[in-house]
Design a protein around this ligand. Sequence first.
Ligand code: HEC
Length: 120
Amino acid sequence: MQGDAISQALSATPGDAQRGRAIVANRQLGLCLLCHTGPFPEERFQGNLAPDLAGAGARWSMGQLRLRIADAQRVNPATIMPSYHRVDGLTRVGAAWRDQPLLTGQQVEDVVAFLATLRE
Ligand code: HEC
């Protein structure tokens, strides 16, 4: 981790934006649209508790997006956004999630790859 970013990918295989989009829109897996709106015309119900995801790829670098998905609390300790893949340096913490983060490293990379495409 460097500043407000994780520069190193969390998986060996590069993220897949299309898989990432599916995770973000998925109500069981990502839950993102519980709080966020975004460019998902097919999704009727979207949250209004968090910034619109549109433009996230223009506002943030890949590393910044990675940290915000992996562990939003590192950016804002009071955030309501879950830490999807909490990391401490490179070691996961949080006893309840130690062996089972909400999203695997690969899934985080997929989500980051998708968000990076949201440039407006
Ligand atoms: C429980 C509500 C909640 C859920 C679920 C949630 N977020 Fe968030 N998210 C927030 C809030 C609130 C913020 C505003 C930052 C803060 O709280 O400090 C935020 C911030 C962000 C940001 C930075 C926004 C910006 O451009 O300023 C991104 C990107 C993001 N979330 C992506 C996601 C993704 C992707 C998911 C699903 C994997 C997700 N969030 C799930 C509440 C949520």
